[in-house]
Design a protein around this ligand. Structure first.
Ligand SMILES: Nc1nc(=O)c2c([nH]1)NC[C@@H]1CN(c3ccc(C(=O)N[C@@H](CCC(=O)O)C(=O)O)cc3)C=[N+]21
Length: 309
């Protein structure tokens, strides 16, 4: 079997279009402009690329967007002061602090200070608690898992009763992904570095979500025939075949072997990554609408409209 390639890049573009239309309506009807603040500490070149694409997406979506770039040696206290300022800034509905932070800054101290209703990353304990307690409708849900779920549901429809294996137990992807799949009534396994016989565990999965951060670790012969494979990994590896000093992006899945077995698979780049950014815009619009006392939009349903058109 050769897998269907799930085109996250184009689905994310459709979603951004829908968000732009909805943001325009919100602005016309309430004068509220969805606003997002992205905070980056230090000069990590890879981080800069993500931050730039977030800014571009915000502009496309008709949002107000500000970026705070602080030097690597910024004292923790200064960062906390900035967050408190953004917390009370009425023009800002979403706050994203780019991770990882430099070592001298306590990450959870920073994330826990972000007002939960502005926490568009969904990392605050209140949002984590709402999601795991089955109240995802009241939460802001982490962008990468939320985007990954939209992709899986697009291909498979109802996920109820499916065996899902999430590889990786991070707070950012693995754990919230498992919570979302459980809420969809999947039978969920969270695998990690201590899991015994990972290939055999993965062979039982109708849905595989790979989020370990190890380039091309998941091999084709681990994949059950026809499974849906969601590759969250974004790893830059050397690509001498492209010339001296060149690199390329690969996922946590060995795409070339997995594509021969899977029913559907996300590529890297062009899969989950662009969805992460689109869902960040979706969360920001949600936060702005809630601030205005409006109900949440169903982004999956908005996307289905694109398909029907
Ligand atoms: N608080 C916080 N929230 C984040 O969401 C967050 C973060 N910190 N720290 C860094 C990671 C990384 N991340 C990416 C998002 C999109 C792409 C993306 O769109 N990638 C393109 C390729 C981009 C390229 O070509 O370099 C793709 O996969 O097609 C990549 C990486 C969000 N992160």
């Amino acid at each position: 079997m050769t897998a269907e390639r799930i085109d996250g890049k184009s689905i994310a573009a459709d979603l951004r279009d829908k968000i732009a239309v909805e943001a325009k309506k919100l602005i016309d009807e309430t004068k509220i402009v969805p606003g997002i603040a992205v905070v980056i500490v230090g000069e990590d070149p890879a981080s800069k690329v993500y931050v730039a694409s977030k800014g571009k997406a915000a502009k496309e979506c008709n949002f107000h967007s500000v970026q705070h770039t602080l030097p690597e040696d910024t004292p923790e206290a200064d960062l906390l002061v900035l967050i408190e300022k953004l917390n009370t800034d009425d023009a800002i509905h979403g706050i994203l602090v780019q991770l990882p932070l430099p070592n001298h800054i306590n990450e959870s101290k920073v994330l826990n200070l972000i007002r939960p209703d502005k926490d568009v990353d969904g990392f605050h304990p209140i949002n984590v608690g709402l999601l795991t307690a089955g109240e995802r409708d009241k939460a802001l849900v982490p962008c990468t898992p939320a985007g990954s779920l939209i992709l899986a549901k697009r291909v498979l429809g109802n996920l109820s009763g499916k065996n899902a294996v999430v590889i990786g137990r991070s707070n950012i992807v693995g754990k919230p992904m498992a919570a979302l799949l459980l809420a969809e009534s999947c039978t969920v396994t969270i695998a990690h570095s201590r899991t015994k016989d990972l290939p055999e565990v993965v062979r039982g999965a109708d849905i595989v979500v790979a989020a370990v951060g190890r380039p091309q670790m998941v091999k084709g012969d681990w994949i059950k025939e026809g499974a849906c494979v969601i590759d969250v990994g974004i790893n830059r590896i050397d690509a001498p075949e492209r010339g001296e000093g060149k690199t390329r992006l690969v996922g946590d899945v060995d795409y070339d072997s997995a594509v021969e077995r899977a029913g559907s698979i996300t590529p890297v780049p062009g899969g989950v990554g662009p969805m992460t950014i689109a869902l960040l815009m979706a969360n920001t619009l949600t936060a702005a609408r809630r601030a205005a006392g409006l109900s949440d939009l169903d982004f999956a349903a908005l996307l289905a409209e694109v398909e029907a058109a």
